[in-house]
Design a protein around this ligand. Structure first.
Ligand SMILES: CCCCCCCCCCCCC/C=C/C(=O)SCCNC(=O)CCNC(=O)[C@H](O)C(C)(C)COP(=O)(O)OP(=O)(O)OC[C@H]1O[C@@H](n2cnc3c(N)ncnc32)[C@H](O)[C@@H]1OP(=O)(O)O
Length: 300
């Protein structure tokens, strides 16, 4: 019986809509899914569960860059809840179906020119995503097959293990400072837990985006593999972690993460107010607009 201190986090997001029911392999056209596979998907995310291994693979499929919009975050939380409540599922691999990008982080459009109410709703959804993933009973592995700045990096950091594809074009890190914004304390705490205080302090202040070898060297990613080995490696890692008794692994995970989680939960409403006040400032709105312009110019 899985044990979690945070099976039902307080203040859960009430989803707007629900995903399709699990698709039974038996109902699929022949050859589409193996017999032991179940799947569901929505506009943003595809999930396949291999019931023989108990491992689900979640693929982000929101082109062009899997940015974390309110809709994306809502679908993400619904999918996580569905898997968490499914006794057949014990492990989760998170990866991208969009070429070259794992996730470009929070959707900047959600933080520009909107009402204070919208900012509060959006930020609650960001918190919800982190709470669900950070407190998950499942073994979670990020199979990072593309660039992963800011909120994308946070998703990877929130998993139990990170494997990244070796590619000189891919970058990963918490680059908020480069946008003129600040990584909130729970982004920072999650980062510090992975790489240590000194590395995090330098990386956060400079808003660094690390190359894959550098990310490996500082402990931001645990392993680097060629693209074609990524899924195989991720499956092997999940299997290794699942070989332990669930209750021992889950309680250990809860214990290791409790302080960071409790801190966040205790300051959740205050954190929303801080975000709304910060993001509503004219100077911050200007910085974000300039950053979006810069992204668009880079293309032309
Ligand atoms: C008392 C103390 C108080 C403190 C209080 C603190 C409160 C908290 C403050 C706020 C905290 C906010 C935390 C924010 C976290 C974030 O995640 S912010 C987002 C940061 N993300 C980025 O910087 C990534 C930007 N994107 C890229 O670098 C590149 O797009 C890419 C991911 C490397 C991919 O490159 P490429 O394949 O070349 O694609 P592009 O051509 O650049 O992009 C394609 C289109 O996508 C648009 N886009 C890209 N990223 C985003 C995004 N994050 N949001 C929205 N849109 C994005 C891009 O503009 C392109 O659009 P078009 O030109 O229209 O095609």
């Amino acid at each position: 019986m899985p044990v979690s201190l945070y099976a039902s986090p307080p203040g859960v997001l009430f989803p707007r809509g629900s995903p399709q029911e699990w698709g039974q392999a038996a109902r699929q056209p022949p050859g589409l899914l193996p017999a032991q596979c179940r799947a569901f998907s929505n506009n943003k995310i595809l999930v396949e569960l291999d019931t023989s291994s108990g491992v689900a693979t979640m693929k982000f499929k929101s082109p062009p860059v899997n940015s974390l919009s309110l809709d994306f975050l809502t679908e993400f939380c619904i999918s996580l809840e569905k898997l968490e409540n499914d006794r057949a599922c014990r492990g989760l691999i998170i990866t991208s179906a969009v070429p070259r990008v794992f996730s470009s982080g929070l959707d900047i459009n959600e933080m520009c020119g909107k009402s204070r109410e919208h900012y509060a709703e959006f930020w609650r959804a960001v918190q919800e995503m982190w709470i669900r993933l950070y407190s998950s009973n499942m073994v979670t592995v990020a199979a990072i097959n593309g660039s992963s700045p800011a909120g994308g990096c946070l998703i990877a950091l929130t998993c139990d293990y990170r494997i990244m594809v070796e590619n000189p074009k891919y970058i990963i890190g918490l680059n908020e400072a480069q946008l003129g914004i600040v990584a909130p304390f729970w982004f920072k705490d999650t980062f510090v837990k992975a790489v240590g205080h000194r590395v995090a302090e330098r990386s956060l202040q400079l808003g660094l985006l690390h190359s894959v070898p550098e990310a490996h060297r500082i402990g931001l990613v645990d392993e680097v593999v060629p693209e074609e080995k990524l899924q195989e490696k991720a499956a092997a890692v999940v299997a290794q972690w699942l070989a332990l008794p669930d209750h021992a692994r889950q309680l250990t995970k809860s214990m290791m993460r409790k302080a960071v989680l409790d801190h966040m939960l205790a300051h959740r409403e205050e954190d929303i107010q801080n975000f709304v006040n910060f993001i509503s400032k004219d100077s911050i709105q200007k910085s974000l607009s300039m950053y979006m312009e810069m992204l668009k110019k880079k293309k032309s």
